[in-house]
Design a protein around this ligand. Structure first.
Ligand SMILES: [Fe+2]
Length: 277
């Protein structure tokens, strides 16, 4: 087992770029049961129990960075040492939520991935749904998988392959959860979606009702993914970013990577699946 995975790291926060960061923060506060406040000049942050999303000015639907927290300084040092040995350039962390010990790397698509230590938790009040995973859209899933597993020490939990054997989707874990990072082969590059883990089906129902009360359309689901076996619903923010709320995500304590066919059923055991290619 790699040092990074044995140390364990989880998605702590992320920054989205937008032409209207204040408006986007207000949407997340309302839809995702968070509180928004200005941060760092024209930037904004929305916080809820176990979830934090930062917003800065830039092109819509663009990832500023994602940020993983380690359990302790030893775990953080282990990931950094592994990345260095594997030849990754170690960059300063862009996140105001991490301290001086944090660092960042860039993946083969140029996505910035920060690692640090989490600070004080946001208020506990609010619907359950800590930030849990990020899924990338990429034209080179093989290179993305090689970076997150080889350079950073994540482990692959499942693949979707097409009839030619090419990887279409790859789910990777950095702790006991089935995935904290995933990627879809896509014609574009950037974010496919990010996800919050509600834990339990009854909480998924509460999230659905919350969206219904606000006339926010559920664009996919409720359904159940094949890989990860998680229940899901998807909505879209005003910039067109897909937001997932998930529950019952598989816990993986070590097994060979699974193989799934490139068909709708792999992405939704219950019905309609959205293939990206
Ligand atoms: Fe997801």
């Amino acid at each position: 087992m790699s040092t990074a995975v044995s140390a364990g790291t989880y998605l702590h926060h992320m920054q989205l770029l937008s032409g209207d960061p204040a408006g986007l923060a207000a949407f997340y506060a309302d839809a995702m049961d968070m509180t928004a406040r200005p941060q760092d000049g024209e930037g904004w942050i929305a916080e809820g129990p176990g979830r934090r999303v930062l917003f800065a000015r830039g092109a819509d639907k663009t990832l500023g960075y994602c940020a993983f927290a380690c359990r302790d300084g030893e775990g953080l040092a282990a990931i950094r040492a592994r990345a260095e040995v594997q030849g990754a350039a170690i960059l300063p962390s862009p996140s105001p939520l991490f301290g001086a010990e944090a660092f960042a790397v860039r993946d083969p698509d140029g996505n910035t991935v920060a690692f640090g230590l989490g600070g004080a938790e946001p208020p506990r009040k609010g619907l359950r749904g800590p930030l849990q995973h990020l899924t990338l859209a990429t034209q080179q899933p093989e290179a993305i998988e090689a970076f997150y597993t080889g350079t950073l020490g994540f482990l692959t939990s499942d693949y979707v392959r097409d009839a030619e054997g090419r990887v279409q989707t790859c789910w990777m874990r950095s702790n006991h959860e089935h995935h904290t990072m995933a990627c879809f082969r896509h014609s574009r590059q950037g974010i496919d979606h990010h996800s919050y883990e509600a834990g339990d089906w009854s909480v998924i129902k509460d999230w659905c009702d919350r969206m219904g009360d606000r006339r926010i359309r559920i664009i996919w689901g409720p359904g159940r993914h094949g890989p990860g076996n998680n229940l899901f619903l998807f909505i879209e923010d005003p910039d067109g970013n897909w937001i997932e709320v998930s529950a019952e995500l598989e816990v993986v304590y070590g097994r060979p990577a699974g193989e799934w066919p490139h068909e709708e059923r792999s992405l939704n055991l219950w019905g309609h699946g959205i293939l990206r290619t």
